[in-house]
Design a protein around this ligand. Structure first.
Ligand code: ADP
Length: 252
């Protein structure tokens, strides 16, 4: 896409002409399109849980719920509210990572310690899904923001558990490879089709929309991983085979 601006000019020798400026605005346009798409997605994602919350509350308010069903109804409201909290948290994080001016504090942190803490917090979820979740490797220091690193690792582990099979395994490893700190999350779950592999890092992109909604999640997890990696000047590598499993590596 080009933007063309023309200004007529008259020269002192009587000749006249024009200065024509041709600007390549392809990048701005696609950025604008992405922004519009993002806003539309956000509105939709916010509206769905809000509509349920409002619906359940209205039924309760009108006294149409049996006392024995009260727990179930308030449970639904709670669940949808939690979903909104996670979604809004993810959106705020992404916009912070987008704003290049916002300098979140970086300091030397042990990646292994952060990952171990994430693994500990996810053990219950893993057990409920019949997944073995383990931590390997050794202390490895990177210069980073502990909160963002935590969220990145959490999102990767959460996915490795969610998109797995019963009795599957997830291994989280932190090591130094060729002088680079590397975090690896490896699962032997459902895998990602080749055609989707590049797109899963896009905001709100999900491989199987209906299935993913059931499983839960905002569709923003891997975008946070991607932008968190950019923030840490790290590289994200994805290796996945359908039906066999997925390995994500973050190379610092
Ligand atoms: P979500 O909240 O849906 O998990 P993400 O951005 O974290 O959003 O992931 C985007 C999509 O990529 C998921 O919906 C899923 O289809 C796919 N995906 C992510 N991680 C894995 C994995 N380890 N195995 C299989 N599919 C995955």
């Amino acid at each position: 896409h080009y933007q063309i601006m023309a200004n007529p000019v008259a020269e002192s020798n009587g000749r006249s002409g024009a200065v024509v400026v041709i600007l390549d605005v392809t990048e701005q346009q696609s950025r604008e399109e992405l922004r519009r798409e993002f806003t539309a997605n956000v509105s939709h994602e916010l509206k769905t849980p809000l509509t349920s919350i409002s619906g359940y509350a209205e039924i309760m308010m009108n006294g149409l719920v049996q006392p024995s069903d009260m727990g179930r109804f308030s449970g639904k409201i709670y669940q949808e509210a939690q979903r909104l909290i996670t979604l809004v948290g993810d959106i705020i994080r992404l916009s912070q990572l987008d704003e290049e001016k916002v300098q979140l504090e970086k300091r030397p942190v042990d990646l292994h310690m952060i990952a171990s803490d994430v693994v500990r917090r996810l053990q219950d979820v893993a057990r409920k899904n019949q997944i073995t979740l383990m931590m390997t490797g050794k202390p490895t220091v990177v210069n980073g923001n502990p909160q963002i690193l935590d969220e990145m690792i959490y999102n990767l582990c959460d996915n490795a558990i969610k998109y797995n099979k019963p009795f599957g395994e997830v291994e989280v490893n932190v090591a130094t490879i060729k002088d680079h700190p590397v975090l690896t999350v490896e699962d032997d779950g459902i895998g990602i089709p080749v055609d989707d592999q590049e797109r899963i890092f896009e905001r709100f992109y999900r491989v199987d929309k209906s299935h993913s909604r059931q499983i839960g999640g905002t569709g923003l997890g891997l975008s946070i991983v991607k932008h968190g990696a950019i923030y840490h000047k790290a590289k994200v590598e994805l290796k996945s085979a359908l039906g066999e499993g997925t390995t994500v590596r973050i190379v610092f």
